[in-house]
Every structure is written in structure tokens, then in C-alpha cells.
Design a protein around this ligand. Structure first.
Ligand SMILES: [Fe+2]
Length: 198
């Protein structure tokens, strides 16, 4: 099955000043589209045609860099659009909040660690909340890499490539990460991934 670019799950201007329509037009219509187009070209004759996206990501890691980069970024962005919603942020659903408190100390400690991971990811990449061996972890990865290739289930990821924030925040990655966490995160979607991964 070929990779396909899904429509955004909300209007381009739905995230307001936290992430502008211009950013989403470039990020979704140009960047994500390029991962889909290049991924499909590289998938042909790779021996992985017809496999699930997660299988393609894991199987191409360390073996087919071009396919891995594009397939992993396709996976990451499919979720990224859903990790945000208009009027997001706020309270974390109960069972997930309890797990965060148990594994990461507190929601405040988790937030600090998540933002620090995004800030200290040198160059392009992602910061993550992931479930590994039954325990929550905060992680960071370069470029298109994600927790799947580290034996973990990604539950929440923030894109810290400059294409995700430069139009709205210029070089202020800390401001972007704070605003993203406080105003955009779709915790119900994170909870769904948590329930599926447990
Ligand atoms: Fe991106």
C-alpha cells in the first residue's frame, strides 16, 4: 500500500497564533507531501512494498537510509497532526497522568524534561514521550528517527525541525515548545496511543 498524505484533521487556521496557517500549509502540504512522494519512490523495489508503515520504518532502519528517513517522517507527521488540536493542552487524562506521576515524578517534571529534550536536540529532530518495557520515558531523536527503532512505542512527539516553528517563532525554539505543550497537545489522542501500547 502506497503512502498517502492525509488531510489535516482541522482547518489550516484552527491553531491560531500558536501555529499559523502559513506554517501548516508549508509543513503539511510541502514537507509532509515530500516525505510521502519520496517515500513511495524509494519503497518501490525495496522489498518492503505492501508492509505496514511501522514494519517499513523498523525494517529500513540502518539498512536503507533514504527509505527510512522518508517513511519515518511520514509516520511521525501522521501522528504530529493528531498530537495537536485547537484548544489543546490543559489537563492530562487520569490514567495517563497517574502513569506520568509514577514513572516521571510529576506532570511538571515531565513537562520540563520533554521541553529540555526538544531544546537539547542539536539540529533537526524530535522530542518524545514513549512507553518502553512498560515504563514511560522522555526521549529525543535526530532527523526522522523515532522511538519505534529503540523498541519503544511513541505516545507524544514534538517536531523540532525549523520548518515546524521558524515562520511563527523564528529562532525561539523554547517559546515554540512551551506554547506547543501548553496550548496545542491533544491529550485524548495521546491517551489512545497509551491505551493501545499498554
Ligand atoms: Fe516536520
Amino acid at each position: 500500500m502506497a503512502f498517502e498524505l492525509p488531510a489535516l484533521p482541522y482547518a489550516y487556521d484552527a491553531l491560531g497564533a500558536h501555529m499559523s496557517a502559513e506554517t501548516l500549509e508549508f509543513h503539511h502540504d510541502k514537507h509532509h507531501q515530500a516525505y510521502v512522494t519520496n517515500g513511495n519512490n524509494l519503497l518501490a523495489d525495496s522489498g518492503l512494498e505492501g508492509q505496514s508503515l511501522t514494519k517499513i520504518v523498523k525494517a529500513s532502519h540502518g539498512k536503507n537510509a533514504g527509505l527510512f528517513n522518508n517513511a519515518a517522517q511520514h509516520y511521525n507527521h501522521l501522528h504530529f497532526w493528531n498530537w495537536m488540536k485547537p484548544g489543546g493542552g490543559g489537563a492530562i487524562p487520569g490514567a495517563l497522568e497517574a502513569k506520568i506521576n509514577a514513572d516521571l515524578g510529576s506532570v511538571d517534571e515531565f513537562k520540563s524534561a520533554f521541553i529540555a529534550a526538544g531544546l537539547t536536540q542539536f539540529g533537526s529532530g524530535w522530542c518524545w514521550l514513549a512507553l518502553k518495557d512498560g515504563k514511560l520515558e522522555v526521549m529525543k531523536t535526530p532527523n526522522g528517527e523515532n522511538p519505534l527503532v529503540h523498541g519503544a512505542a511513541p505516545l507524544l512527539g514534538c517536531d523540532v525541525w525549523e520548518h515546524s516553528y521558524y515562520i511563527d517563532y523564528r529562532n525561539a525554539r523554547p517559546k515554540y515548545l512551551e506554547a506547543w505543550f501548553d496550548n496545542l497537545v491533544n491529550w485524548e489522542y495521546v491517551e489512545g496511543l497509551f491505551d493501545a501500547a499498554r
